[in-house]
Design a protein. Sequence first.
Length: 299
Amino acid sequence: RALSPRHPVAVQCREAQLVVTVLRDLFGTGRPVRAAELSLGPASCPALAPSAARGSVTFAVGLHECGSTLQVTPDSLIYKTTLSYKPTPSGNPLIVRSTPAVVPIECHYPRRSNVSSSAVQPTWAPLRSTLAAEERLLFSLRLMSDDWSGERLSSSFQLGDSLHFQADVTSEGHAPLRLFVDSCVATAAPDRSSSPRYALIDLGGCLVDGRAEDSSSAFVSPRPRPESLRFAVDAFKFSGDDRNVIYISCHLRVSPAAHAPDPWNKACSFSKASGLWAPLEGTGDICSCCETGRCPEPA
């Protein structure tokens, strides 16, 4: 993949070697990172000598070097490693102005054909949740690009970014439906009941994260269609948790599209300007329970 501000990390999966090239302007902020702050793999392998232009940093290591791991599947050999950015204090040693980052890297090689220099390029695994319910309803939750034009290829974010979610339902021969998000919870582990646990959407469709003082999270109006629902959440991390990984689990539900939104079926955002809860559709009364915290249980 060619280097660009949108793709500051490029990976080449060669026959016996992994080559990683990193733009020093890693976060697109105009503040270059130091080569010494970048390392590859659990063994923290250093980069090669800087390029002549000094605009990028390059790593070239064997597939088995730097603590990489090998996963064998029926069809592929998958070599996994990580690119780590660990900022060092500059100026005042009491503060840092950058957030550490870890970029997962994978190289996939087919087992059922000859391996060559045209090995499969590594890909990011997008956030996706697919559920099958009665009457062949298919639910999905996807991370979208900033302009909502398609799925976001990277599941890595910096603090200050906005996470764009789109929930959808598709059906085969079902009456028209309207989709709602009853609840979304963020956890530091895959188990949605684990701790720490932070509610983003609660009370049957109230985007409670939007009421936080430093948040602009909200449902996005208008809907693309009744069976789709979009919402944006400001990126965050759990305080004191060095894993910097967040799992988001959501409960989706549908109602007949012909039924108007009500306190049981709603999508409500908090308006900082008015200090009130406002519905994506319907009248303001359906969101009043978001304020009191006594919303009726969805049927």
